[in-house]
Design a protein around this ligand. Sequence first.
Ligand SMILES: [Zn+2]
Length: 501
Amino acid sequence: MSLRPSVRIWRNFIAIYLIALGVFANVAHAQLPTLGDTSEMTSSTERKLGERIARELFRDPDYIDDPLLAEYVQSLWQPLLVAARARGELTAELDERFAWQVLLGKDRSINAFALPGGWLGLHLGLISVTASRDELASVLAHELSHVTQRHISRLITQEKRQTPWVVAAMILGALAASKSPDAANAVVAGSQALAVQNQLNFSRDMEREADRIGYGVLTQAGFEPQGFVTMFEKLQQAARLNDNGAFPYLRTHPMTTERMADMQSRQQLAGRAPAASPGMEHALMSARALVLSNPGVDVLRAQVREADTASGQPRARQAASLYAAALASAKLRNMEAAKQLAARLVPMAEGDAKAARLARLLAAEVALMGGDPARAMALAGPLGNSRPDVLFAAQAELQSARAPAAVQRLQTWVALHPRDATAWQQLSSAYTAQGQVLRAIRAGAEAQVAWLDYAAAMDRFKAAQELVRKGGAGNDHIEASIIDTRARQVELLLREQALER
Ligand SMILES: [Zn+2]
């Protein structure tokens, strides 16, 4: 068995980190292999660098693939990409070569960050403090613009002596140091880690540029420009109140009064009215982010109590309180309370189609958590082809011993979305429930490929081949030949990865 992911990250990280420190001390490092010429970082080198970092983030215990939050973030992210293309900020070359994926982290810290190669990190803590979709979109637009303006590659190019491998370690180190301090992080969150982080900070000019370009992209995508201003105000207020590391976004994105003034004058020029009251959909998703960010038992209990004190509040606020209270109760395993709170939410969300769907899915989720898949399916109402619907239905089918239905649903899904690791994992469970061991192992391997962990995928492909050799796989010749083909392909990827070192 391999080590637990968290242990593996830290082991790799500390080893690489020590090398990074050595480089900073200008220790000769002629033995370090280089990846191409470091004088100018090409988009394909940046892409590889980004994948190296993304692979570690996928393994991080704080990485979360919540289908509903992921879908919601996509509903903001995709229009921003479309607008960036239309404005010529996102070139065809970068569009094709970079990942343009947002990874969610369970962290409570208010943080979002752009990584090399078009990967973005977004902490649930940040989603939970945004008051509107426009605020959340403004953060995404700003980070997107750091990538399209090639700020990251410029920063890395400044680090002329570093190989991309070392730069990847530096970025991972900065991310680790930016997490709210706890025992594990204290090991590396010392002054040296912060020194490394400072080397990777964007300059004020870059920040201004990301604000300006991001603002244009945000408004072109149809969001209220007011979101940029209120988000700024919120972060600046947080900066005044807090200096305890809970707002790492502020460290990498210094809030200067000058940037604030820029934003406000842009807003005045745009002449738009202040944003309308926040939509219920955003309020519910923000509540979900809060509960899923592992806030601890005390906060969960406070969420439950808040549902009773929210009656004088605007409707969206009340609905959000009920949503958080229901999900928090379920997390605290108080299923009866969770059921009742979710049932109270459903009529309140009627009239807003998106919020009504979220309310139904919450009631269904609570029923599923309580071990009642039949009731869950009834409460969910008619399910469509969206990702949360498909993954939810498959899970309910699995729990009600209808593995063949789950298999069929998930097979169709992964055929269309072969990089959906969560769907592959669910499919693996469904195959296991059917006793199809070989297919279960292969689906597990595909999940690892989607997480860019080719070594872990190869382990599974080899285990599957071994099973075939020993005759323990029945006569599943088709699957056996798929496994051989995929093993060869992934072996190549793995070799490519090894050469990069
Ligand atoms: Zn920035």
